[in-house]
Design a protein around this ligand. Sequence first.
Ligand SMILES: C[S@@+](CC[C@H](N)C(=O)[O-])C[C@H]1O[C@@H](n2cnc3c(N)ncnc32)[C@H](O)[C@@H]1O
Length: 298
Amino acid sequence: MNGNHYQAKKQWRIIDLIQWTTQFFEKKQIPNARLNAEHLLSQALGLERVQLYLQFEKILTQNELNLYRENVKRRLNSEPLQYILGETEFMSLKFRLNPSVLIPRPDTEILIEQVIHQTPNNLDVTILDIGTGSGNIAVSLAYYLPKSRIVAVDISPDALNLAEENAALNHVEDRVTFIQEDVFSVDFVLKIGQNFDRIVSNPPYISEAEFQTLPDEVRKFEPPAALRDGADGLTFHRKLAELSGQMLNPGGKIYLEVGMGQWQSVQKILAEKGFQNIQVAKDLVGIDRVLIGEKKVL
Ligand SMILES: C[S@@+](CC[C@H](N)C(=O)[O-])C[C@H]1O[C@@H](n2cnc3c(N)ncnc32)[C@H](O)[C@@H]1O
């Protein structure tokens, strides 16, 4: 180009960027390409997604374009959409997210729905959530069971800070107590207390062998301590069954999320610890996902 010709910088409208990025993501085999593009653009512009469609012709400023490019780069590098957005929806509630916590999965909504379904909504129940992460289980239960009191435990202080923020965001902070503790510590029962009506947990249940096979998006970005148990995938279920025997009220129930193919082993673990009326609930794709056991009434 000689000095007499000025080439105008390309101006990008919302619609152009959605179309360009959708094609680009499709080529790079990023699932839900258009949806990803729309979410990343909404975030860069500080707009709700529906607003994009009302402002299709809007031209982005250089600053907005830079923010959007950064988002697209992160997504191309396999970073999960939810970490880039810093939030997600779970049980129709909003949760803030950062890489110190697992991204809540739709499978876990099955566990919560079972607890809600089996707990009269006017009952004063006390619930213990072990491995609370973002607080998705504890906060959802507090929200949908308005007379419940929840104790939520995690080993990670960063996760607990975020979980507390999520309790406040959903206006249930008065009924959820957060405690930092290791479920394997010898004085766990002493520190956390007894007489719970429900104990719930989505523990780390990926075995060492399976961990190596996980997609980059999970293995490189989500906290390993939230995913794997360093052994056969059932270390936490064994510990939780043992603790629940001591920490539940008679007639109280334990709800455990399990990985694909683990339900029979966890059913056996619960039966060996004396739980009765053991039930299994399937997830949305028909995998046995949640084990429920009842502590005997003496
Ligand atoms: C699979 S994540 C579940 C997070 C969240 N409840 C959910 O359903 O998305 C397991 C959680 O257990 C916590 N955790 C791992 N080891 C623990 C331990 N020894 N004691 C207490 N919590 C632990 C992790 O920090 C993580 O937040």
